[in-house]
Design a protein around this ligand. Structure first.
Ligand SMILES: [Fe+2]
Ligand SMILES: [Mn+2]
Length: 229
């Protein structure tokens, strides 16, 4: 555990350039999406960090978690790209760019453990996992109805993502997986803050569907976190 914490903070230190996706309305203006070059630097830094951690035995649960999270990050990216195209709100394009980094981060582990990439060669909105496909279809139908619905879809995806990562972090003893998943979860907390900030500005209250109200309140009531991919 101590080792894991150390590695987590070391990664945070290595990835200081990466906080700027999403944000509340003012944070969006102050923190534009990372450039392609910055994104590539972030993934290179993560790759370097991972190289210092020996790969360890992979359980079926851990293999499944990596394959699933790769597609769940794709779900987030695809939905935000499409909602940006429809609504033109910068929060969606900024966070879509961050989700691409999350996909890339999981891909590093797929490669490391020679696992098949479920997102290889698939179009936007197409998923191998049937539950994720259904989730995409439902959320996109919802997000097309209004801007508030679209922002609520964003909050819902982050709410779900945080819960899915919490569950998968709890069932891995691999330091490399925990490192990447904790970085993804930090990004998700920031994204949740960004969507909730926009909904609050529009006078809308979001009720969490996956994490507890107490967890939700703690995230939304705490500041933006730096160092996340
Ligand atoms: Fe996210
Ligand atoms: Mn993500």
């Amino acid at each position: 555990m101590q080792r894991r914490l150390f590695l987590g903070s070391a990664l945070g230190a290595a990835l200081l350039t990466l906080g700027g996706c999403g944000g509340g309305e003012s944070a969006v203006a102050a923190a534009p999406a990372a450039s392609d070059a910055a994104s590539a630097t972030a993934i290179a830094a993560l790759s370097t960090q991972l190289a210092t951690i020996p790969a360890s035995a992979l359980s079926t649960t851990e293999a499944d978690a990596l394959v699933f999270m790769r597609e769940e990050e794709k779900l987030a990216r695809d939905v935000y790209q499409l909602l940006y195209a429809q609504w033109g709100q910068k929060v969606f394009s900024n966070i879509a760019a961050s989700e691409q980094q999350h996909m890339d981060a999981v891909a590093l582990l797929l490669t490391r453990y020679s696992l098949p990439d479920p997102a290889a060669g698939t179009a936007v909105g197409v998923f191998k996992d049937s539950a994720l496909q259904q989730m995409f279809n439902t959320l996109m139908a919802q997000g097309q109805t209004s801007l508030v619905a679209a922002l609520t879809v964003g909050a819902t995806i982050e709410d779900l993502d945080i819960q899915d990562l919490q569950q998968r972090i709890a069932t891995t003893d691999n330091a490399d997986i925990a490192l990447v998943f904790n970085e993804l979860m930090k990004g998700s907390r920031n994204h949740l803050r960004a969507f909730i900030s926009q909904l609050t500005n529009l006078g809308v209250t979001y009720t969490p569907r996956y994490i507890t109200q107490a967890e939700f309140d703690a995230i939304v009531g705490s500041p933006w976190e730096t160092g996340s991919i």
